[in-house]
Design a protein around this ligand. Structure first.
Ligand code: DC
Length: 211
């Protein structure tokens, strides 16, 4: 069983994906963290995110151990990631990593939940369940700012909103694997939903599918 959760930044994908994975006993892969790990490696090496050769080298050497670095959540890494992830060579290099995880989850689970931007469209086009999670950008910026403050970071709300809009535009307009709902994805708008309500909506949808 493969569950694909796609959507823009701060729509609640990670929270929903983690809960679905626990509920169904599946492995979980945050594919944004995979792209973030590439950007983190680049920034650590002093390279700029548009340096395609350096980005490709970083993408080829990324491992599961890189995915747990708390610095991956930094906004500077998020911005660099949005640039790095538009490079077709980087996307191609990370495709195998993601598909291998889905086909053979490392813990031997009977399937996986993957969240990202192109899981239902490119990485796992045959996923059992596809959910596209979205929310109003102002609400997403509010959530992201709250999360940053809870981590003790100085946050300017208008800056967070601007970053969200910039990343939405970049993720949606890139030529390779842009952020779009798969034709067979179920769209859930979480603007008015908290995490429990989003989880309930996802379970209700999954229950309507024969799996
Ligand atoms: O979900 P996130 O904020 O951690 O994602 C960080 C960036 O990575 C985002 O700007 C787009 C990119 N990304 C992608 O292009 N494809 C994915 N499957 C996941 C993330």
């Amino acid at each position: 069983m493969i569950i694909a959760i796609d959507g823009p930044a701060a729509a609640g994908k990670g929270t929903l994906a983690r809960r679905l994975a626990a509920h169904f006993g599946l492995a979980y892969l945050d594919t944004g963290a995979v792209y973030r790990a590439v950007a983190r490696r680049l920034l650590d090496a002093g390279a700029v995110p548009t340096d395609e050769a350096a980005a490709l080298a970083a993408a080829r050497t990324v491992t599961a151990d890189d995915l747990h670095d708390p610095r991956l959540r930094d906004e500077a890494v998020g911005r660099a990631t949005s640039v790095v992830s538009a490079l077709p060579a980087v996307r191609a290099a990370l495709l195998d990593f993601q598909r291998r995880f889905a086909a053979r989850p490392p813990g031997g689970e009977p399937g996986a939940v993957l969240d990202g931007r192109d899981i239902g469209t490119v990485v796992c086009p045959d996923a059992t369940i596809k959910i596209f999670l979205t929310a109003d950008p102002v609400e997403r910026a509010r959530r992201r700012a709250k999360e940053l403050r809870e981590r003790g970071l100085d946050t300017i709300d208008s800056r967070v909103l601007r970053d969200i809009r910039e990343r939405d535009a970049r993720d949606s307009s890139r030529a390779t694997a842009p952020l779009v709902p798969a034709a067979d994805a179920h769209v859930i708008d979480t603007t008015q939903l908290d995490a429990d309500a989003a989880f309930a909506a996802a379970l209700a949808y999954i229950a309507t599918r024969e799996i």
